[in-house]
Design a protein around this ligand. Structure first.
Ligand code: NZQ
Ligand code: ZN
Length: 388
């Protein structure tokens, strides 16, 4: 049965190869001081930085630089960003980059006017903001996380060896996001495919749960087919606008809260991947690909009907003369072939994880209850060992 829910998405999107110009519509809505958040410098190399700064200046903004947001942003960097925002009394946090910049901007947004330790408050105690939130805008340069249209924010604490995401309420979603598929053309192939797998897995996390007839599952299948199709074109020709634009749009729909409505969700691949990420600092999408097959093969018997549906609807597996188990396994084998074809990491050891980290990663894995099987810590350990 479709469960009860409310639905609102608070982010205004501007999509397309001319979308940057819509900053001129958005900037007048905010005050003068804009904290320009970006990463390690890719936006300077590909020219996006200059274009954005020109529009900021034309709109009479004071540009306050906040560079160096690393992939998997850290709690130390978050504290630095909060300090910059406070000292400059910023009116808008403008993230230009991938999920890391966008997540970081949200974390700063809920912390600027809050006296408490943001790590403890939001990422350990999972409290909601009780202070004024500074608005966030996003100019996306990498498709994958969906951060451009959701309220998720993932922060890494290397000292505590924890990588934790908080999904805030709609008030934390970016007020606007600019999605220009051409901005993703300069991504290194490894990052492109990590993003593609991230998209695919976001859909899986919301698909492999429940046994009811839910519209969200049909939407999920369509999104999965689209991302698989476009990925095969994009790895051959990264500048294929049609493929890259479909990938960008799919990423947004994969995690903008819609396909989770009215159903339970799993998210255990992300919990395993994030814990592995806390130990290896590896690229997010790659941590997911490394643990996915051992996880899905393990839970398959508990959700066999959905795995059969996955095989037939997404991978066109023929059922003639086969048991449900054979069909389900063929579906996962098809997924494995696709993963190898696009070139994602197939094991945690490729990402620098070692046997002696397994106990720690097991400990750092949060166990969630929405999927087909609530794992025990021993099962987590076994899946991680198989992922090595
Ligand atoms: O630092 P710069 O120079 O920007 O380089 C980045 C970075 O090295 C580079 N890059 C991005 N766009 C580029 C580019 N290089 C060349 N050309 C471009 N156009 O790519 C690298 C990775 O960027 P990053 O932002 O880290 O990647 P992604 O978008 O995958 O974000 C990862 C973070 O988002 C979190 C992850 O855990 C991780 O911390 N997630 C956020 C979610 C959410 N908000 O809902 C959900 C996800 O499941 C995920 O957990
Ligand atoms: Zn993800």
């Amino acid at each position: 049965m479709l469960g009860n829910f409310s639905y609102k998405n608070a982010t205004k999107l501007y999509f397309g190869d001319d979308s940057l110009k819509y900053l001129n519509d958005e900037f007048p809505k905010y005050g003068k001081n804009v904290q320009l958040i970006y990463g390690g410098g890719s936006i300077k190399k590909n020219g996006i930085y200059d274009q954005v700064v020109e529009i900021l200046k034309a709109n009479g903004k004071n540009v306050i630089e906040d560079a160096g947001v690393m992939p998997n942003p850290t709690v130390e960097k978050l504290l630095e960003g909060i300090k910059i925002a406070r000292e400059n009394q910023v009116d808008l946090l403008l993230a230009v980059g991938g999920g890391s910049c966008c997540d970081y901007a949200k974390a700063v947004s809920v912390s600027v006017n809050c006296d408490e330790d943001p790590w403890e408050k939001y990422y350990i105690r999972f409290e909601e903001p009780s202070c004024e939130i500074v608005p966030v805008g996003c100019i996306l340069t990498m498709a994958g996380t969906g951060s451009e249209m959701n309220a998720g924010s993932v922060i890494t604490n290397h000292e505590q060896k924890l990588k934790i995401g908080h999904v805030f309420g709609e008030e934390v979603m970016p007020k606007f996001s600019i999605l220009n598929p051409k901005f993703t053309f300069s991504l290194p192939k490894r990052q492109m495919v990590a993003g593609i797998y991230d998209i695919f897995n976001h859909i899986c996390e919301q698909y492999f749960s429940g046994e009811d007839d839910n519209t969200s599952d049909y939407l999920a299948e369509a999104l999965m087919k689209s991302v698989v199709h476009s990925s095969l074109i994009a790895i051959e020709n990264p500048e294929d606008y049609e493929a890259r634009s479909n990938i960008m749009w799919t990423a947004t729909w994969a995690l903008n809260t819609l396909i989770a409505k009215g159903k339970t969700t799993d998210w255990m691949v992300h919990m395993l991947g994030q814990a592995a990420g806390a130990y290896t600092d590896a690229t997010h999408g790659m941590t997911l690909s490394a643990v996915s097959l051992p996880y899905y093969r393990y839970i398959m018997p508990y959700g066999i009907k959905k795995f059969v549906r996955f095989a037939t609807e997404v991978w066109d597996v023929c059922t003639d003369g086969k048991t449900d188990e054979q069909v389900a396994e063929e579906g996962l084998a098809a997924m494995e072939n696709w993963m190898k074809k696009i070139g994602v990491a197939m094991s945690l050891s490729e990402l620098g994880a070692t046997e002696d980290m397994i106990d720690g990663i097991t400990e750092a894995t949060l166990i969630l209850e929405g999927g087909y099987k609530v794992l025990t810590k021993d099962e987590v350990r076994e899946i991680l060992k198989k992922s090595l």
